[in-house]
Design a binder for this molecule. Sequence first.
Ligand code: DAH
Length: 346
Amino acid sequence: MADQKFNQVQEIISEISAEIISNLQELEAFKIKYLGSKNVLKPLFGEIKNISNERKKEFGNLLNQAKNTAEEKFNELQELLSKSSKASAKVDAIDMSAPGEPFPIGARHPVSITMNRIIQIFSKIGFTIATNREIEDEWHNFTALNTPDDHPARDMTDTYYLMNDPARMLRSQTSTVQIHVLESQAPPIRIISPGRVYRNETISARSHCQFHQIEGLYIDKKVSFADLKQTLLYYAKEMYGQDARIRLRPSYFPFTEPSAEVDVYWGLNNEHDHRITKGTGWLEIMGCGMVDPKVLENCGIDPEEYSGFAFGMGIERQAMLTYKITDIRMLFENDVRFLKQFSGNI
Ligand code: DAH
């Protein structure tokens, strides 16, 4: 009779050890079965009083062993399973079917967009890109461009000189690249030079101390003023539409002779047109002319054999016209709300 009770406890101990528990629900059932208020050991604890005195202690120990085995197994598994359930909760938090995080796509700057358009227009007729340095010497920014020391044209623009080296300056025009190219390449030459230039000007809605220009230079045998006009008309039509018209007004630049300023007909359809064209309908977009023979000579090219034309235009002005930007400073402030509006352009 007593042996039977001992055997029952032994069986429960083996059962406890054999229980396979793989999740928290199963662990809860285990707890109820072996440690809960109505656990399977409880009736056997009630039997202690019926065990003979000499075996009471032994039986009690065996029951305690069973209880401890259940407790130890429970504690061990609880720790293990709660750890791994936390880990799997983390894995569940990554929803593989959810749409990806939006990735912000940048926008090109309106100056770059305009510059790229102009480059494209001239590349179609065989102009290639030439660029050069922004810190210049007097020779490239002035002297070789037929603007010697005492020449009044040096005052036409307020140039930034380097403090520790007055012979060096920030270039005030991309015409400097003409000289670099003429010095290093033999004609025929057909280049455009986009780049940044600097002038010590008061910053306002209409002018800035830094801006961009594109210079053009074409040197070959028998290049005429008619070639220049046709090239610029082609440009105006590509840039401003096939009905675009241009006019050339006589002007002065030290490095071209004759020189002209180029206007494009903008129209006078509304108040805005009146304001930006000062009531004339025409807008000035660039300077141009036939390269002065002196410039070719300065660069070792024989003006008897070669001739050519040059032109130079500001980018900001044209970007502002295209995008109806009323203040040049917006182009340099890098306000994301402004720049975002140009996304999608190339
Ligand atoms: N460099 C002149 C300027 O910044 C623009 C210019 C005029 C460039 C006539 C030229 C040219 O190449 O032929 O105002």
